[in-house]
Design a protein around this ligand. Structure first.
Ligand code: FES
Length: 164
């Protein structure tokens, strides 16, 4: 009969083997899960042309907000997959689109028709109607999206939400 108690050295060795096997098991399960969750953050997002409406819907000289699906959204994004831009049809008929996100910390800017300015409510950032900075903390102009007209539809080339 062997009632021998393992020696302290053997007990330590068994404990280390148990901990080591536990770490290996956790890594085998955890690495793929973490990789799956973080992969979307490191994938290059292709820019996508999004239709925002027929040309005749936009009046010359007017700036309106248009909504579209964010090119960088993930499958589980829900309503956050929707984003927006400010679209202006110049008096000449040309289109210009600005990101709604302030270049300071990303708050959505508002278009003030009467003042002819974009205003950011978060820290008082102000932009002229061409998107350049008029006042406040924004470090650079509003991001512009390329715009084109195809088959009577105004399209915006969307990419990841331009938050700096
Ligand atoms: S986020 Fe717009 S001014 Fe700070």
């Amino acid at each position: 009969m062997s009632d021998a108690v393992p020696s302290p050295g053997r007990r330590k060795l068994l404990a280390r083997i148990s901990i080591g096997l536990g770490c290996v098991g956790a890594a085998l399960i955890g690495v793929p899960v973490v990789g799956f969750l973080l992969a979307p953050l490191f994938e290059a997002v292709a820019k996508t042309w999004r239709s925002v409406g027929p040309v005749e819907q936009f009046k010359n000289g007017a700036t309106v907000q248009v909504k579209f699906a964010d090119a960088s959204s993930v499958a589980w994004a829900g309503v956050t997959a929707q984003t927006a831009a400010w679209l202006r049809r110049e008096l000449s008929g040309e289109f210009v689109a600005f990101a709604v996100n302030c270049t300071h910390l990303g708050c959505p800017v508002r278009w003030l028709e009467n003042a002819d300015l974009f205003m950011c409510p978060c820290h008082g950032g102000v932009y002229y109607n061409d998107g350049s900075v008029a006042a406040g903390p924004p470090p650079k102009p509003l991001t512009r999206y390329p715009v084109r007209v195809r088959d009577g539809q105004v399209e915006i080339l969307t990419g990841p939400t331009p938050i700096t």
